[in-house]
Design a protein around this ligand. Structure first.
Ligand code: HEC
Length: 134
């Protein structure tokens, strides 16, 4: 499927995820990792999208969280939609698409090559347990 069409089509099935969206202040293991990506070798479009990603995805939690989380392309799509639809995310559909393309590219060239260095996304249950401990 063409990437843009895939992005639009996904909006229809991702609605139930929005219901899980509440702001939480829990610290996840990913938050403690590096907080920057060296994008100097990335294509110009991805370098541009990196700035948008840093700006938009650091509003509610550390930017280290997505930087150190490893997901499949489909999981990133779901996740960016989920984050976009949290109250006051300030992320438009086209900005979300650019951020998703950046994360999918970065996953391929940086994370997939070195999987042991990154964290898998936690389940809602795991996040709730961490929250109860903090
Ligand atoms: C409006 C607040 C908000 C914004 C903006 C936001 N997030 Fe989140 N994010 C959260 C919350 C709250 C959680 C904890 C899990 C949950 O409630 O969904 C979270 C969790 C995460 C996780 C952890 C996943 C896991 O299960 O381990 C990742 C990765 C993530 N966000 C990526 C992003 C990306 C990428 C962006 C930018 C597109 C973003 N976030 C923008 C609020 C936000």
């Amino acid at each position: 499927m063409h990437k843009s069409i895939q992005w639009i089509a996904f909006a229809a099935v991702s609605v139930p995820l929005f219901l899980a969206a509440q702001t939480r202040n829990v610290v996840l293991p990913q938050d403690k990792g590096p907080a920057t990506i060296n994008v100097s070798s990335y294509p110009a479009a991805q370098q541009q999208a990196y700035k948008l990603f840093v700006n938009k995805c650091s509003q509610c939690h550390t930017i280290a969280r997505p930087i150190n989380t490893s997901m499949t392309r489909t999981e990133w799509m779901m996740y960016v939609k989920r984050m976009m639809h949290k109250p006051n995310s300030g992320i438009s559909n086209s900005q979300g698409k650019d951020i998703f393309e950046f994360l999918a590219y970065d996953q391929q060239v940086r994370k997939d090559k070195n999987p042991a260095k990154f964290y898998k996304a936690l389940s809602d249950d795991q996040i709730q347990k961490l929250e109860a401990q903090q």
